[in-house]
Design a protein around this ligand. Structure first.
Ligand code: HEM
Length: 374
């Protein structure tokens, strides 16, 4: 998509277009405009405020912080935030290293590996399942459900996305009933306790939060690991540099987030009123989407933006968004990314792609950027 983004950004960084799903709206590709849009309170997330409760059928997926505006947003984010502070996440380092090493041990037994299925996918899933308290043997089910939601298709003939959503909601209901009977230390048990004490999350909001975390845990870090690894393979001199200077791992992850971010587009926002934005007349109810990966290659913000350079310093990229919806899981994703790539390169310094790069299959849909297998 990058040449197309460059063309749009140079021509009109706030561009009126029709999205692949048929909706008309504004696509933002310039960095400055992207930051402004993500911080603009007149672009709202809660669609139902404009058009009534029309997202009701989807409420389990939308009643969460990502689809709400202040003051609800603060309450919904506040509860979960405690579980994701950089300090709490740093405390998980050893456990993440242990899981990583176990996966690498298993890979060592194989002649040919699929880096996505064998490594990049299971790592963040095991971690988020442990944080939440979900049995990790159910993780394949979660993969199918969240994939279905993100790609907007079940991937199975005769099965609708709604069928998967229903299965997912039923699973959550049964799981919460079980969790209520036990006292444990995981995030869900704590949230359920808080809910029972009164004023905190409603049952629907609890579903919404868990769904959001499961999807975030499934669909993003996988691609951070996959895209970083792919870019290192494509730029062998950068891979060598990282091997020689392992202390560059933090910068390498940031560069990968900038150069090939796992989340292609922000979630949707809607104009809550008529107003002027970046010289354009925006009408109440119009859709606005930020192309994060386009903004991250804006030459007005980054020197040589099309160059993958792991020693790049100061990279205020937007891969995790910005403003009040800035990614809650960023410290966790960064830590997982650093551990995964470092340990993978240490253990298998000479991994090579089995197929030509042009034959790699990219994931469908507008939201995630990542390959299906490596
Ligand atoms: C929000 C990216 C991993 C939880 C966001 C947003 C982006 C993003 C761009 C803002 C969307 C918008 O404003 O429209 C990423 C990337 C990740 C990642 C690139 C991995 C490399 C995670 C993980 C978790 C997580 C591992 C948690 C387990 C969340 C939550 C929000 C969010 C809860 C909503 C925050 C709010 O609305 O206040 N993420 N994410 N993310 N992310 Fe992530």
């Amino acid at each position: 998509p990058y040449p197309y983004y460059a063309q749009l950004r140079a021509g009109d960084p706030v561009y009126k277009t029709r999205f692949p799903d048929g909706q008309q709206g504004w696509l933002i590709t310039g960095y400055e405009e992207a930051v402004e849009a993500l911080k603009e309170p007149r672009f709202i997330k809660d669609f139902s405020k404009l058009y009534g409760g029309s997202m009701d059928g989807m409420s389990v997926f939308t009643q969460n912080m990502l689809f709400s505006d202040p003051p609800d947003h603060r309450r919904l984010r506040g509860l979960a935030q405690k579980a994701f502070t950089p300090r709490v996440i740093e405390g998980m380092k050893e456990r993440i290293e242990e899981i990583t090493d176990q996966l690498l041990d298993e890979m060592e037994q194989k002649k040919e590996i699929n880096l996505i299925d064998d490594f990049a996918f299971p790592l963040p899933i095991i971690v988020i399942c442990e944080i939440l308290g979900v049995p990790s043997e159910d993780r394949d089910k979660f993969r199918i459900w969240s994939n279905s939601l993100i790609e907007g298709s079940s991937g199975e003939p005769g099965v609708s996305v709604y069928q998967h959503m229903n299965d997912f909601i039923r699973y959550l209901g049964e799981w919460f009933s079980r969790t209520r009977l036990e006292t444990k230390d995981d995030l869900i048990s704590k949230l359920i306790e808080a809910e029972e004490e009164g004023d905190r999350l409603t049952e629907k909001e609890l579903y919404g939060l868990v769904t959001l975390l499961i999807i975030a845990g499934h669909e993003t870090t996988v691609n951070l690991i996959g895209n970083t690894f792919l870019n290192l393979l494509k730029h062998p001199e950068q891979k060598e540099l990282l091997r020689k200077k392992p202390e560059l791992i933090g910068q390498a992850i940031e560069e990968s987030l900038r150069f090939d971010g796992p989340v292609e587009f922000s979630t949707s926002r809607w104009a809550g009123e008529n107003f002027q934005f970046a010289g354009k007349e925006i009408s109440r109810g119009e859709l606005v989407v930020v192309a994060l990966n386009a903004a991250n290659r804006d030459p007005d913000q980054f020197d040589d933006p099309e160059v993958f350079e792991i020693s790049r310093e100061k990279s205020p990229h937007l891969a995790f968004g910005t403003g009040i919806h800035h990614c809650l899981g960023a410290p966790l994703a960064r830590l997982e990314g650093k551990i995964a790539i470092r340990r993978l390169l240490d253990r298998f310094p000479d991994l090579k792609l089995r197929i030509p790069e042009s034959e790699l299959k990219w994931r469908q849909g507008m939201i995630v950027r990542g390959v299906k297998e490596i």
